[in-house]
Design a protein. Sequence first.
Length: 406
Amino acid sequence: MGILTNNVVRRVLLYGGAAALIWGGARMNARLSEQAARPEPSTGPTVVAGRLDEHPLHKALLSAGFGRGEAEAAATALARRVDARRLSPLDRFRAERDASGRLLHLTFIHGQDRVIATPGPDGKLRSVLRHDPLLAAQRRASGMVKGSLWVSMESAGVPAEVIVLFAETFQWTVDFLTEPRDGDRFAAVWTERGAPGRRVLSRTFEAGVYEGRMTGERTALLFDGDYFDAQSESLQRMFLRAPLKFARVSSGFSKGRFHPVLRINRPHHGTDYAASRGTPVSTVADGVVVAVRRDRGFGNYVKIKHDKTYTSLYGHLSRFGNGIRQGVHVKQGRVIGYVGSTGLATGPHLHFQIEKNGRWADFLKLDLPFARSVPRARRAAFAAESGRLLPELRRLARSEDAAAGS
Ligand SMILES: [Zn+2]
């Protein structure tokens, strides 16, 4: 059951990109649009990050979209600096690529050691080991929404990175495009790690609460590497809300519609997302690639089997994602292709359809299943942790003079 794995390979984007998705153009403030002034997502550098969990490093890198040769070279370069037998499931990596997909650097974080690998002029990876006596500090901030959520959180002292993590974590339970209202309250707790006197190396979003007029109270608590709500249900759903981030629905699921190219009425068993050519398309859930083909109707398409029940299909792609071949395992959020207009399409868009038990289903109306809840054996520990943090978060969120603190 690959889908239920707790490995959170973050689909990252530059922060501005994620925020643009979350708050939409209208809600974006000037400072954010500076970082995110790229409607074409393929023009900026991209960051992928992940955790080893139980996988060897090269497997974890493959899941994060590395090519086979590249993943092996990176694992070899890192093995020269850290003892492979000492690796922990909590070890993390972070890779940055330029617009053409070239690897700029790969950082591997093992406890207080960081290995930084960068390609030399000959293309071979060079690696250095840094040991940081890291300091960890827990920070918290809270406030009230006034105007845009982004601006409200930023003025309460929440760093951009944490705002993005906050929104990503709540993305299945709060629609940040439409649901925030003035007067809603929020609180966030995060941990910052860094060497003394140097810039912060990492921030982990630990817990948050959002209390809104439209949403009611929503909570998130990091526990054993995943986020759970106060009822100990996982906040990560089996499916992403949409297979791409910069899009609008241009045609929904229907039993009969006028086909713009064929000029006849016929059923549309999927959802069309209008998006500019080249927009990355992500798999909505973990799964195995079962087809990578060219078809007269769907054009270049990818089909992914998620489990016994669900299969998804992505059509009219301009090209396929790096390493996407039949039989490859993909993690939720992995880029499997790019928006195009191959096949029977009037313009660039993604045709997306989902099959439930062998029948096409309307994705926008599917009741998306929870990924998992806290395992029975960990319930008591979770209750203790949430019993400690949540009351404090609620107090913070409701306090009249809600402001940044540390
Ligand atoms: Zn379609």
